[in-house]
Design a binder for this molecule. Sequence first.
Ligand code: HEM
Length: 539
Amino acid sequence: MWPFSRDSVSVTRVACATVGIVGTLYLADRMKRTGRREKPSPSGSPTLPIVGNLTIPSNEKVWDRLTGWTRQYGEIYSLKLGPGNAVILSSMAAVKEIVEKNSGLITGRSRSALMDSTADGVLTICIARRWRPVREFLTFQACQQHLGIQHAEATQLMFDILSEPINFCNQIRRYAASTAFSVVFGKRTPQPTTPEVIEFFAAQHSLELLPEPDVVRPFGVIPMLQHVSEGWTRRKKLANQTRRLETLYSKLCDELVANINAEKKNGCWMETVVERGPEMGLDEGQVVKFGGTLIEDGPDTTSAFLQTFVFALMNWPEAQKRAQEEVEMVIGPDRIPAVQDIDDLPYVQALIKETHRWRPTVPLALPHTTIGNILYKEYVIPQDTEVYVNNWTIMHDSGIFEDPESFRPERWFQLGLRDERIFDLMFGIGKYACPGQNLARNSINLNAMNFLWAFNISRAKYPSGREKVYDLNDFSPGLLVAPNPFECVITPRSGGRAGIIRSEFSNAIPHFEPFEQAMNPEDKDHVAKLRRQAKASFT
Ligand code: HEM
């Protein structure tokens, strides 16, 4: 006998059909709404079903498109990133009102799957922001105690460029990594091939590719793809590569603990976190992530800025000459610059600001997510919207910066800038501004002065002797802006200055040593070789 009567079979059929129809209608409705802007979000570019505005071709620079949309839709507009909402802020007024005044209604980091699954930094950075010991070691005053190692590393950078000018990009990257690793984990990286430098930049490169449209698009459309195995999606592969950083940070923490136990502290940030983490309830894994979160945004940004600075000096020789004249008057030829010299160098300060403005290192800052509705003028920014500060467009607004594509440091004197705080955008505004900015500003000031004091930087030449022509837009397209690899000619301004650099490099040994405790044998050999070379050249 059949287990069901004819009646019960037809009831089951009807029920199945009903579930099927309701399910199909639900999916159809979701598909229709996915990618479609919801009222009352600010308006914006027309959306396509499902993908919304995730249509930027991979060969187009995101900020070019965003600037075009600002011209069309104004200082605030919205985007649909698949099912997600985003707003783009392209005026100082909107940034102040939304990011600064309403900071209680936005999270420190974007809550999107993209950031959460790669960085795992949400927890740690939230703690970092609230926890007094961390706030204290990030202050301007506290960062003065790292000037010894920053100064020594900047001297090595001049020494390295002197020895091998063609490799200046890698030497800048080494400098930026070594300074950040020393200050955060207490361990320096003395050569571009130090394993920590290689591992960090490789994983970081994957991290920076993650937000690119080609990589994000499939996830915006089908969030479930996050659970698919690595072989199936490029994004998953990239995300997993970034996880290698955790092994690196874990190793650095182990070395740090060994130094603390051996009573060989050097004042790095993570000493505080390791020693006082337990009172905040942090376990070992969280301490490691904490270190990763602190360092993650340091080396790449600093090195991108310094490469842009060299690129600008090379392409605007008049600006370089004027800055060198100022450095000559204030510092003279007989000593290398000290960080406090910057206060007496207004043109160099303007040159640095103009470099930040012309090619902002972080053109879209980091996205934040709203945790409640925010009202701005006639707009409502709904909860769960990603908020992007469009630094690039603000810094290229011809209403504020006349002829924005040309590089003119003097504009910072003439502007009578309507809002002096516009420059602060470079490090983010409000309670989520870059926590490493005091350290970063010291690095930037010191190296900018050093480059101007020590070297002449000019364009490379064709075999015919004619100067090469450079594409001023040949910059990387991602979240971080740096010039693509370029050739340039860097020569010492005089033999006397080259001699001072070598002797200062030798004098810096006591500043390096506290950060050299866990160095591998190859790095030790390299360090010894450099010191022998420096000594031989002036004895
Ligand atoms: C040229 C150098 C640098 C620039 C232009 C820069 C810029 C920025 C910007 C724009 C943000 C996003 C702020 C926001 O969310 O609104 C940021 C975040 C951050 N920066 Fe920097 N930064 C630089 C160097 C550094 C250094 C040297 C460190 C530390 C060693 C650092 C650590 C961080 C951290 C940890 C965050 C994330 C903060 C968070 O998620 O709440 N940065 N930076």
